[in-house]
Design a protein around this ligand. Structure first.
Ligand code: NA7
Length: 497
């Protein structure tokens, strides 16, 4: 199957069948458009397909981590497990008739703009070429595993693997397990394995701020009530306290000396103070940078997990990895059977390594040589009819990326309106509008909590936070109505002639 060449009108190529690509597909399907989703893997789900580690949980409340138009009564608990989320996306894609439009095992290796024909020519991994007037890049953010540059990693005799490449047959139960890294992933893995491993060592280069959060199961009666009356789910989704928390959180990010960030810091400090009994362990776990500078860890049980007698927290420097385990700088050796590398992702790749060539052969790699960027996170000058969901400079933080993608889609849809209506053949942001956006964004980003002096995947290669630096409300406003004067369009061929 390829994009239907015989049909009149626009052809859309969506790259990626994760949360955002499924969203775009549903919306285009509902609009009766001609689209194909190209997915590199054999299954949809994006990050929820790739990550299968024990303890995988979304740190956004389950009922908030769903499409606004598809509430889900089946969540087992306040926070959803990865497998449940994968099921949700699969069911949703089926329900909305998306599956026949997805080409699996079809990695897009290149997409090249032909200005004369005003089409994107996409090259697939099997050598096939397809054309589309519009490309929606929904290829995700955290999907290129980053391995640590620790000497001797290859010499380890046991099993060593990245958290996103979980090996089901690796020894865990009753085994000696090491986990390097204490971002959300490392914390969740340790929380899941603490009672299963004979010994579990959590290697931490920098301790984390841990925000205590509620956790409870939904009973069968509650689920039944949700099934009967989805409005009950909307009540949870629209819960004022939940949204106030999000607004407070983004104010905390942008006002680094305001009351909101002080309250977050205090809640985390109280959590540490009240949860950890051993004073030595408490000091090991005490961060020395501002709360929320790295992505805040939401956990209801990590501090319990690290106090389990099987668990050791290691804060000293790792000297190297040896065949038997991890050698610390002070000479101690942690003998291990399994070593999990929860060391994060190359968050600056986005659609790459796909070759993307825009107008006049301009390559995205060259344009992004300093940092990945896009005008209001969705569009790029010289890349006509090319739109990104969860692209560079979008909001990151402890809130639902589904909500972010839906708002971005509402914005993109208005741009697409120009093409659909026949008013324009191509649309792209003006270079000066994008330059102005980036200048303002970078200046603001440096003053956010992300730029307050810690290392994290939020920073670009020059140390500038790569994210949306303003409030959530400002993002919602910007996405509600594109400033059309900031876009250039070309006239349809028949008008231009
Ligand atoms: P993160 O949040 O990028 O965390 C990576 C962790 O790995 C972090 O604790 C790093 O320590 C640690 N790390 C990375 N390299 C090394 C080396 N060489 N030695 C020791 N420790 C290292 O990735 P996650 O997968 O946990 O989470 C990513 C996002 O997924 C998360 O924010 C959610 O949005 C979902 P550091 O802090 O740099 O000292």
């Amino acid at each position: 199957m390829s994009i239907d060449q015989d049909r009149q009108g626009l052809r859309f190529a969506i790259i990626g069948a994760g949360m955002a690509g499924i969203l775009a597909a549903i919306r285009l399907h509902q609009a009766g458009e001609n689209f194909t989703v190209f997915e590199k893997a054999g299954r949809l789900g994006g990050t929820w397909r790739e990550n299968r580690y024990p303890g995988l949980t979304c740190d956004v409340p389950a009922h908030a981590y769903t499409y606004s138009f598809e509430p889900y009564a089946e969540w087992d608990a306040y926070y959803a497990k990865g497998g449940e989320i994968q099921t949700y996306f699969e069911k949703t894609a089926e329900k909305y008739g998306i599956m026949p439009h997805v080409r699996f095992d079809s990695e897009v290796v290149s997409t090249v703009w032909d200005d004369d024909a005003a089409v994107w020519r996409l090259g697939l991994i099997n050598g096939e070429q397809v054309e589309a007037e519009v490309v929606i890049a929904a290829s995700g953010v955290l999907h290129h595993p980053k391995l640590p540059d620790i000497a001797g990693l290859d010499s380890f005799k046991g099993r060593a693997f990245h958290s996103a490449r979980w090996q089901d047959d690796a020894p865990v139960d009753g085994a000696r397990v090491g986990v390097i890294g204490n971002g959300s992933t490392g914390v969740q893995i340790v929380t899941a394995l603490n009672t299963r491993a004979e010994r579990l060592v959590h290697f931490q280069r920098s301790p984390q701020w841990i925000m205590p959060v509620p956790y409870f199961q939904y009973s069968e009666e509650e689920k039944e009530a949700f099934r009967r009356d989805p409005a009950l789910i909307d009540e949870i989704r629209n819960n004022k306290e939940y949204w106030d928390n999000i607004f407070r959180f983004t104010h905390a990010i942008t006002d680094t000396h305001g009351p909101e960030i002080a309250a977050i810091e205090q809640a985390c400090l109280d959590n540490l103070e009240n949860s950890i009994r051993d004073p030595e362990l408490k000091e090991k776990l005490r961060p020395d940078y501002r709360a929320a500078c790295k992505r805040l860890i939401y956990s209801w049980s990590y501090y319990d997990a690290v106090q389990h007698p099987n668990v050791a927290v290691e804060r000293d420097r790792i000297a190297r990895i040896e065949p038997e385990g991890v050698r610390m700088a002070d000479g101690r050796l942690h003998e291990l059977d399994t070593l999990v590398l929860a060391t994060g992702f190359h968050a600056d790749r986005f659609i790459r390594p796909t070759t993307v060539l825009g107008r006049d052969g301009l390559s995205l790699d060259d344009l992004w040589s300093i940092r990945p960027t896009a005008y209001y996170a969705v569009a790029i000058p010289s890349f006509p009819n090319f739109f990104m969901l969860n692209g560079p400079t979008g909001p990151v933080g402890n809130f639902s990326l589904i909500d972010i993608a839906e708002r971005q889609w509402a914005y993109i849809d208005q741009l697409l309106g120009r093409l659909r209506s026949g008013q324009a053949r191509t649309i792209e942001p003006r270079a000066d509008a994008h330059a102005d956006y980036e200048e303002r964004r970078i200046a603001a980003a440096r003053t956010t909590i992300f730029g307050s002096g810690c290392n994290s995947w939020y920073l670009d290669a020059t140390g500038v936070p790569a994210s949306w630096p303003w409030s959530y409300e400002a993002f919602a406003d910007a996405m509600a109505t594109p400033v059309m004067d900031d876009y250039v369009t070309t006239a349809p061929a028949e008008l231009a002639a």
